[in-house]
Design a protein around this ligand. Structure first.
Ligand code: MG
Length: 99
């Protein structure tokens, strides 16, 4: 059995959120994005406390919320990531900034 693709992870995260009632009404995109930010803030707090297990869990929460949002909005984030990586490969060293 191979590892799930990002597309499959997106479908899984969105299916779970839907089954728990989080998509019974249309989602507010700004609110959903800020919930992703709260997960990153929780990861920062775990990092500050040197709680490695919780740090990893909060990073997972971050991806879960992002994948759910992408699933709900019909965004193929796997394709978008690959497209952006191709774009990033063409950018200059340190994106041309001298620092
Ligand atoms: Mg969390």
């Amino acid at each position: 059995m191979s590892a799930p693709t990002i597309k499959e992870m997106t479908e899984l995260c969105h299916a779970i959120a839907k089954s728990k009632g989080f998509w019974d009404k249309p989602r507010n995109t700004g609110e959903a994005l800020m919930l992703v930010v709260t997960e990153l803030a929780e990861a920062m707090e775990a990092h500050r406390k040197q709680d490695d297990a919780n740090f990893k869990e909060e990073l997972a929460d971050t991806f879960i919320r992002l994948f759910d949002l992408c699933g709900g909005m019909g965004i193929d984030i796997e394709a978008e990531i690959l497209k952006k990586c191709d774009k990033n490969k063409l950018r200059p060293y340190k994106h041309g900034k001298i620092c």
